[in-house]
Design a protein. Sequence first.
Length: 742
Amino acid sequence: MKLFLHKTILLKTQVFLITPPFTQLNTPYPATAYIKGFLNTKNISATQADLGIEVILKLFSKKGLEDLFNYPRPKTQNLTPNSQRIFALQDEYIKTIDSVIAFLQGKNPTLALQICQEDYLPEASRFAQLEELDWAFGTMGTQDKAKHLATLYLEDISDFIVECVDANFGFSRYAERLGRSANSFDELYSALQEKPTYIDEVLFSILKERIETIQPELFLISVPFPGNLYSAFRSAQWVKKYHPNIKISMGGGFPNTELRSLSDARVFEFFDYITLDDGELPVELLVEAVCQTEPVEVFFKRTFLLENEKVVYKNNSLKPDYKQSEVGTPDYSDLLLDKYISVIEIVNPMHRMWSDGRWNKLTMAHGCYWGKCTFCDISLDYIKLYEPIAANLLCDRMEEMITQTGQNGFHYVDEAAPPALMRALALEILRRKLSVTWWTNIRFEKSFTADLCLLLKASGCIAVSGGLEVASDRLLQLIDKGVTVEQVAKVTRNFTEAGIMVHAYLMYGYPTQTVQETVDSLEMVRQLFEAGVLQSGFWHQFAMTAHSPVGMNSEQFGAIKETETIGTFANNDINFKDSTGIDHDKFSFGLKKSLFNFMHGICFDYELQDWFDFKIPKTKIHPDFIANALEDDEDFNIKLTAKIVWLGGKPIAEHFAKSKKGNSWEMLALTFHDKKESFTIQTGKREGEWLVQMLEKLSVSQSKTYSFKEIKSDFETHLEDFELFWYSKPVNALREFGLLVL
């Protein structure tokens, strides 16, 4: 009887999950979809919303701009010339905004023709860069060029908002400064006591409608980044004021990394609970706690709450966390999937993927299979607890999500996708004949051979991003990255030659990094772009975090912490000094400016000194270092355990006879057709007949994959000298057309 009553309570539960403003314009952040998918498996009814995109759509509409331009602002003469111009052109912005937003949502494609004529959109300062980018439009189609111009138009309006209405506004973050390195809650708390901003009022109008419609018992707010934190507190504050009966909880990436030592009781004026790490079990227990109709002992998992006016951390549930196979398929229902906005900020084809296109987000494995990088938070569960998901289950989830969302693009958001699992996933996608597009984050390790990259490409992989970090072998060893620059060059070549774009995360300012190493890193990056094996990159300045090996043992890495005090609110970023005394900040502009040009395929002939306004040493890297590393070193050694896969189809066989010096023997001509061309190979009759039946067994559509040893053994039961045949001209031709050694 008790079990039946418990289940009835769960069925009646109403949970409301939100991502507060702002994350991405083009696709929903997946955290709420993950939790909703899990709650589905427990028959717990939940509704979710991405309030970021909803606020953007309300702001950037005809009515929204009318309200914006009528909002009290500084006197016109006190505005910058740019804002004066935008204000003067307000009628043009109001007239065009709805059409432009519809175009960026993919609903108004013919508008591209007008936008590209460059007399349709009002232009302010963001368009000044167009002259520099004229060359790029030669490689961009009309739709892409229009999308880029429309992005500049939105950024102009954003500049006006920042100057005249709300200095904290940003398309992918809001009041981020208040969430960064906030050891004390004082500044954020003070901001929350002030009158709500214009953006806050827009948020409240949407939240009011949603809360009144859904009437949830539990309000879950996912906070992935510092740029969501202020809006999360504002949302909680509004709900506490007008609906005090609703319990409110925060989870997500920000609390997981920043709030692990939380002790400021004022936080619980806004939230009832804050949960850490994987959210499935903590949320399930919160649902049980909130919905109990009679007093019973309540259990929690990794949850902060207030007891007797003091912050306490409860982790008294003995239930284990759910395995990744048990958490269900992410559920994107309720989200306004057809309303997201695709923008192109940078015309680089790889760089744009973060802001252009709707991507279903999935994870191949929980945690990181490497888990050693010294700058990374490897002591936290989301990194250290590695648990892969079976390829067939991943494909099941992909098919479910395609049916649910109507989108077949997937971004696997792993810390680093495991090569073996990527191979298994690619094979499963090909077996099921799924037409999908996907990309993910990787480590540049030698497992990514040319053949594996070709397999990934055949399955729909179009891009990878990975950490090159500091392009210096000494520092890569210190970071414990497990790769060398030479190895990275070869792996990026394998991806690029397979037609897969490559983005590199780059780092400068790692403790003990010398000026010479920074200059040499830039030269390595220049050579990688010049060789065409990198398509995109981004320089990050090293930040020390409390949960990384560097943060926990800073002196071992040549860094001196400036303070050891643990704050009462956020604790992750650590201020430090490099024992070398080098000011790494001064390299920021030059590194980023040079990279911007390299990504657009220009300025490779510039001296490195040209990027900096202070003296730097000459590079010690040989000008052909990367070119030499990329020289083909073909390896004829194939492991007996290697898997052999055939991506092509069944050949057309034609018998013929060959004669020489009075001798005649039977031959077989095998003609293959792939998507681009046809080609023919010739073999002896017996070898050819064996090859035809073996290629059918090796076909990627088959459930079994054969090892090199099994193929060799099969050949040798019928014929002689397998090695002579395997390294022959006909088989080499097949290797070029999809006979892969994995």
